[in-house]
Design a protein around this ligand. Structure first.
Ligand SMILES: [Zn+2]
Length: 216
């Protein structure tokens, strides 16, 4: 992945420098994730790209990795400057799509499709399939958990995949963004080393977070 932009434990916003994983970071994160894309030359006023990104966001967060991937690739083809900001979403989609579905999962998908084909009034009388989503780590269907569900630093299972146990299994546009991952990295939100290793491979952050420094 591109090493550009440079990753440190602070970032600039509205002309000021702020610490990553600070309260300010948390509060402005969703807005900054969108602003950074808007600032890429060629984005503003480009109706096609704006439409693509709007689609991608919804598809990605619904766990429709196949369709999201299509729009991500198309956006990148039209605006290559997006690369450092879209590559991680593309990787997540490709990771999940490379994992074959089990027989039960195929049956589940068929049930959901069938349900969605019903007209609205008929849906009222049909039992909705339980809401499941493919885990962005292991690719298995797991219970949907709102990506913002807090763990308070100790209730690690509150936001973990029911199958592989990894934290934050539901795809999230904000948390899977460059700045969202940087927040999680310096906040040390994950219990798994794999998250830190992948982040360091992607951005070579300087300095590394405390958890990684004390490990050495
Ligand atoms: Zn999982």
């Amino acid at each position: 992945m591109s090493r550009d932009p440079v990753m440190t434990d602070s970032y600039t916003h509205d002309g000021n420098q702020h610490q990553r994983a600070s309260r300010e970071d948390f509060e402005t994160l969703p807005r900054r994730v969108m602003e950074v894309l808007e600032r890429i030359p060629g984005f503003e006023g480009n109706a096609e790209i704006i439409d693509y990104m709007t689609q991608v966001l919804g598809l990605y967060e619904r766990g429709d990795y196949y369709e999201a991937h299509k729009y991500l690739i198309a956006s990148l083809e039209r605006l290559p400057a997006f690369e450092p900001y879209l590559l991680y979403y593309i990787r997540v989609c490709e990771r999940v799509l490379a994992i074959p579905l089990t027989r039960e999962e195929k049956q589940y998908e068929a049930k959901v499709k069938q349900y969605l084909r019903h007209s609205k009034w008929l849906r009222k009388f049909t039992k909705a399939p339980l809401l499941k989503i493919r885990c962005k780590w292991c690719g298995r269907y797991t219970d949907y958990i709102d990506p913002d569900t807090p763990t308070f630093g100790f209730d690690l299972l509150a936001n973990s995949c029911r199958v592989c146990g990894r934290m934050y299994p539901v795809p999230s546009w904000v948390w899977d963004s460059l700045d969202g991952r940087a927040y999680s990295y310096y906040r040390m939100s994950f219990k798994e080393d794999a998250f830190y290793e992948e982040f360091e491979r992607d951005y070579n952050p300087m300095p590394q977070c405390q958890r990684r420094l004390t490990k050495k």
